[in-house]
Design a protein around this ligand. Structure first.
Ligand code: GAR
Length: 208
């Protein structure tokens, strides 16, 4: 059984896709052991409670400096003893000590086709604003392992989504979520939970 801890910051629709996936059997061999939010007002915390999942808030506001916050975050993760950490809309710079400790055991969902529209400053709606500003015809989402760079780790899955005439950042964000994020995040977790994802030399191979 793969025990996952899910880190969130906002609405938590990707968390909901994971909760639903575990409940309806799309994701097998997996248990969500804890949800961690940096934002105490995140609706994601409410979603976790409604699903009966342990939910905690670790807010930088409660600590004097970044170092103390990072330690508290690490503790909140360690306590849950997860096999895998899922960043599902977690808009916080992940502490390097967490990345080192959980090498190839942290996955992130990013709302573009990496390496487009990713890296520092590209998160949430900003990603879709940039895609529309560039005039791309296709965007999408990427699930990848987290390394010490920003959005640079091994890619697990990607799914393209068409940009439509008249799209706003909000309509594009919604379509990318519905058509890509809520599909490839649960699917990636299912594959990992069933031992089908291998990382070799920075590249992911999916077997079976
Ligand atoms: C999602 O679109 C996710 O891909 C994005 O934040 C949103 C969270 O929505 N993450 C990033 O931009 C990370 N760089 P949610 O809280 O409804 O899942």
């Amino acid at each position: 059984m793969l025990k996952i801890a899910v880190c969130v910051s906002g609405g938590g629709t990707n968390l909901q896709a994971l909760i639903d996936g575990v409940q309806n059997g799309l994701i097998t061999n997996t248990r969500i052991v804890r949800v961690i939010s940096n934002n105490r007002n995140a609706y994601a915390l409410e979603r976790a409670k409604q699903a009966g999942v342990d939910a905690v808030c670790v807010s930088p506001r409660d600590y004097d400096d970044r170092g103390q916050f990072n330690q508290a975050l690490l503790k909140a993760v360690d306590e849950a003893e997860p096999d895998l950490i899922v960043l599902a809309g977690f808009l916080v710079v992940v502490p390097p000590e967490l990345i080192r400790k959980y090498e190839n055991r942290i996955v992130n969902i990013h709302p573009s086709l990496i390496p487009s529209f990713c890296g520092t400053g590209y998160y949430g709606l900003k990603v879709h604003e940039a895609a529309l500003a560039r005039g791309v015809k296709v965007t999408g989402a990427t699930v990848h392992f987290v390394d010490e760079g920003t959005d640079t780790g091994p890619i697990i899955m990607q799914k393209p989504v068409a940009v439509q005439e008249g799209d706003t950042p909000e309509t594009l964000q919604r379509r990318v979520m519905e058509e890509a994020e809520w599909v490839i995040l649960p699917e990636s977790i299912h594959l990992i939970a069933n031992g089908r994802v291998q990382v070799t030399d920075g590249h992911v191979k999916i077997s079976g």
